[in-house]
Design a binder for this molecule. Sequence first.
Ligand SMILES: Cc1cc2nc3c(=O)[nH]c(=O)nc-3n(C[C@H](O)[C@H](O)[C@H](O)COP(=O)(O)OP(=O)(O)OC[C@H]3O[C@@H](n4cnc5c(N)ncnc54)[C@H](O)[C@@H]3O)c2cc1C
Length: 374
Amino acid sequence: MTKTYDAIVIGAGIAGASAAYFLREKGDRVLVLDKQGIARGGSGAAGAFVSPKIGKGSPLQELTNEAFAFAKAFYQDSFPSYYHQTGVVRIPKDEADAEKFSLYEPFNHQHYEKLSPEPLSDMGIHAPFESFFFEEAGLCDAPALCEALLEGIDFVQYEVKDLSYLPDLRRWKAGEYRAKNVVLATGFEGGLADLRYMGIRGTWGTRGDFASSYRLGVSMHQSMSVSANLDGVIKLGATHEKSVVSPVACEEGQALSLREKAAALVDVSDFELIETFCGMRAGSRDYFPLLGDIIDTDYMLEHFPAVTRGAKPSLHYRENLYICNGLGGRGFVFGPLMGKMLAEHIIDGSEIDPRVDADRLFLRWCRRILTASL
Ligand SMILES: Cc1cc2nc3c(=O)[nH]c(=O)nc-3n(C[C@H](O)[C@H](O)[C@H](O)COP(=O)(O)OP(=O)(O)OC[C@H]3O[C@@H](n4cnc5c(N)ncnc54)[C@H](O)[C@@H]3O)c2cc1C
């Protein structure tokens, strides 16, 4: 029997769960489909640290920190049981990095303190450099949070193999399900629409949960992240394994290599590996999220071939087909703000912020087709 919804969201990671949550908040009847279950892709692997980005005020830093402020308030107000405000210490990697920290200070718009090595040592952290402490930062229980976002929303474990549009009914069809709107939140996996212009790619990563009695009240980030000790568990994350291009079994050795690395920051002598997690982070070509309508690439290339030579015709979109992706290594920072923006766009017709609008990548991609064919 056909089941009809206002919106189908494909993918139940933090991107899909956030989009579904805000669509439902606006009164939509939403169905979420995921072939693996809730938070079984990259989102299930995440240590889910939620902290500001430091730097010299780049546009990406600005956006990340807007998303951080939104996410933190959203988790604290609506999902307090799944957000642990442990604070996060940002530690310079080396002397050269420590010098840069003073240049970053004018761009730390979140509340922070500077901590010198002595108080850090009292907190159980070995760091030879003055560091920033962001007390509002923390980490989420990733799978439990995604499940909580989807509470009261229909979810079916189902692999969408064929997504088609029924023009007479003005409905999308995925198996026995129909909906006016479809959101693709499929992480690093494309295939359901032509998304080549977005340049989505995955970066494989591993993290580990370690049992420990080490007294650590705050989380920290240097070239890796170490969580506070929460109920006898310390999370270490994460590797960036460039050689892994499609999912493989998780490797304990990778999680253990994180313990070795963490030894420079904390005493890891009683750390025992309990569980290893791994997954893909789906990022965009320019590291900004990908949000909004999906362009009909075939239509554009057929009707406006000059687009490959720099013409800028009006864009033609797939009917009511949307993307929420490209959250990179910060899905739990970007997810809520992106989900809200997308729901406001779909339901209220508000403009997508140009910084995250996937349209930004289309014309450049078209020009690259010409260059590649020469
Ligand atoms: C080791 C590791 C550590 C990380 N640490 C952090 C961190 O500390 N903080 C942070 O904010 N982020 C972190 N991240 C990044 C974060 O996990 C990603 O940003 C996030 O997973 C992106 O979510 P997503 O919903 O876009 O993708 P995913 O979580 O990958 O979800 C995509 C879903 O789509 C489903 N799907 C795909 N195709 C189909 C189909 N045809 N039919 C049905 N379902 C389909 C998949 O099964 C999958 O569940 C980490 C990631 C990794 C791997």
